[in-house]
Ligand binder design. Structure first.
Ligand code: MG
Length: 265
């Protein structure tokens, strides 16, 4: 029965393909690798023309793809709020197109909430180094406000490796350390897939993170175990969409950010 159904789908697919130049109302063809259960003998049997992926223009402005949402481009913090008070963000906006953590003002987060995303964010630790370990230019990028990718000046600065720069905090050590010298700009490109929860609030699918640090893979589709607290095990409270949050570590980190954009997945 299954093979008959699959065969029918295959015939429909081939039929639709043959007619696609005649009509624009053809339904998208769902691609199944084994849709007929019969080994194809012609190249056309494994070639599909719909659905056509949308076109994205790369590098429209400051390297931003045409379908990205720009969260910070140097002008202002109108897309950001303080995480606790929900008041407009008051971190420093600098003349060089960056923003900097305002010490002890608290974390800031996007006003818009997101699910799974591709996130580009650039960050810089101060050239004049102060502090050691976790107290040297500590900040962080939290996906959905809950899961931290660590930002830290780790150059000649040892700390616990699951809390070093690029770690999924206290869960996943980065594959390598790929930082540029202190005072220069780093880039994170993050692919985040949100966890899924059932109606009872139980997690039924873990979130995942892939992170490129300055173009170098440092987190390879790792499973997020839950929240990333300083003290305690990961927790898995159910949630829907959430903001992208940036950390004020509260010890004068002086970390700066710039060129932040996101693509919803
Ligand atoms: Mg941090």
């Amino acid at each position: 029965m299954k093979n008959i159904l699959l065969l029918a789908l295959g015939i429909t697919a081939i039929s639709c393909k043959a007619q696609e130049n005649k009509t624009e109302t053809s339904k998208p063809i769902i691609i199944h690798e084994e849709y007929t259960g019969v080994e194809p003998t012609k190249p056309e049997e494994t070639e599909f023309y719909t659905p056509v992926p949308p076109t994205v223009i790369p590098n429209t402005k400051q390297g931003v793809p045409s379908d990205a949402i720009v969260l910070f481009n140097g002008d202002n913090l109108e897309r950001w709020e303080h995480s606790k008070t929900k008041e407009n963000a008051t971190w420093y906006v600098n003349t060089d197109g960056s923003m900097s953590v305002k010490n002890k003002s608290g974390d800031i987060q996007t006003k818009q909430e997101f699910g799974s995303v591709q996130l580009h964010i650039e960050w810089k630790s101060p050239k004049d180094i102060k502090g050691n370990g976790q107290s040297r230019a500590n900040s962080g990028v939290f996906l959905q406000g809950k899961y931290e990718v660590q930002v830290l000046d780790n150059n000649d600065n040892e700390t616990y490796v699951n809390g070093q720069v690029g770690a999924v905090y206290k869960q996943h050590v980065p594959l390598v350390k790929a930082s540029v010298p202190s005072g220069e700009w780093n880039a994170y490109d993050i692919i985040y897939h949100a966890p899924e929860f059932n109606k009872k609030g139980e997690k039924i699918k873990s979130g995942t993170l892939t992170v490129l640090h300055n173009g170098i893979l440092i987190q390879d589709h790792v499973e997020i175990k839950g929240t990333t607290p300083y003290i305690g095990w990961p927790k898995n409270p159910p949630h829907g969409k959430g903001p992208i949050r940036l950390q004020d570590h509260g010890d004068n980190s002086r970390v700066s950010y710039r060129n932040i954009w996101v693509r919803e997945l």
